[in-house]
Design a protein around this ligand. Structure first.
Ligand SMILES: [Zn+2]
Length: 75
């Protein structure tokens, strides 16, 4: 498990309007993204409360799917 998930969640929760939720896989993506980087869907929920709730879930839950970040080569 990546140790920075909680930090990411806090960053997102502090500025939820900069993000949106993928309505297909639930990923939190940058508001500027046109498609989900994880599942390539293009339907999003940009409700700030929903984004904040998803960020809080991210902070406390174990990851249940492989993220595109997990597949990135180590620097
Ligand atoms: Zn998705």
């Amino acid at each position: 498990m990546k140790s920075d998930r909680k930090e990411m969640a806090i960053t997102i929760a502090n500025d939820p309007t900069a993000y949106k939720l993928c309505t297909v896989c639930g990923a939190i993506v940058d508001k500027e993204a046109h498609t989900c980087p994880d599942c390539y869907a293009y339907r999003f929920d940009d409700n700030a409360n929903a984004v904040t709730n998803a960020a809080m879930d991210l902070a406390i839950k174990e990851p249940t799917a492989v993220s595109h970040l997990d597949l990135a080569p180590e620097e």
